[in-house]
Ligand binder design. Sequence first.
Ligand SMILES: *Cc1c(COP(=O)(O)O)cnc(C)c1O
Length: 370
Amino acid sequence: MPRPIQALIHPDALAHNLARARACAPGAKVWAVVKANAYGHGIERAYPGLQGADGFALLDLAEAERIRALGWRGPILLLEGCFEPRDLEVCSRLNIWHVVHCNEQIDWLATHKTTWPHRVFLKLNTGMNRLGFTPGAFRTAWMRLSGLTQVDEISLITHFSDADTDTGIEHQVAAFNAATEGLPGERSLANSAAVLRFAAARPDVRGDWVRPGILVYGSSPDFPVRTIADWNLRPAMTLRSRVIGVQQLQPGDTVGYGSTFRADARTRIGVVACGYADGYPRHCGTGTPVLVDGVRTRLVGRVSMDMITVDLTPVPQAGLGSEVTLWGHGPRGSLLPIDEVAQAAGTVGYELMCAVAPRVPVAVQELQSD
Ligand SMILES: *Cc1c(COP(=O)(O)O)cnc(C)c1O
């Protein structure tokens, strides 16, 4: 028997979350952002749940080719554009739209030989200061692109730095509206946080295309202010394992490396086949939530490479073989949002779902409609 750890991908949860994005941005088209192998879910496994999207946005040409290989004939957008001139040949061959964020990418287009002109998304830097033309250089870039026979349609795109916080997006939306005023072309601004928090009330935030990523996978972009329950999102990934050993601690006994947990009473401990080599964050300490047989309890002691230890006190019937939910959906409708585990590790759900290790077997599982 293989180690009992397993990741489950839930296509119906993906479809539900995608529908939530659509409902928040009425009239806008939806890019399902599937970079980083669909945020760790696996492009091929996620695809059936995401086929209702209007397009797929990603970073890597190899990932774009995988989407085309699945039979997707609709839009695909390279969010960072091309990395070298030769990438344009793949874009021509597979009809892939690409972001243009710097002058070099325009130079490459200008010398590219193609039968079909490209659809590009010209990126405006509205304050994130990662990629994109400054407002002062934007129109010149637009004019250059519009003069190229290699370019068909020019769309306009920017990215928010603070859509999930109190800082918000007003300053960036204002910069975008000012810099793009009067320019033709479709617009795309909103990531998950902007979709959930602002898109419904703001046509200029919705634009023509929204770009939800994390919400599609069932993590709340502004946790802990709002949870997935508040946003009506469903985890698209479950990480689960089993109890492979039980220890009875006496008062004063410790557990694991560094003896960081000391029992102050008789305590039953479950040893779970899941460690940091599976992608479970080593920074999770005593108190990190975990479900055993669907009952919420806590991790105790240090996370080791292949095991964690959990307090079985709230689940006296649990023992060898009991099901353990590290995050996602547990037995009998129980739920442990990945955001709570991420918070315990001082990080975000994004990082955890992207970090599930290759040694963890992955299966696809429809959720029971309970
Ligand atoms: C990753 C990414 C998104 C999606 O962000 P989420 O916070 O996951 O919704 C949208 N746009 C761009 C340009 C991105 O790189």
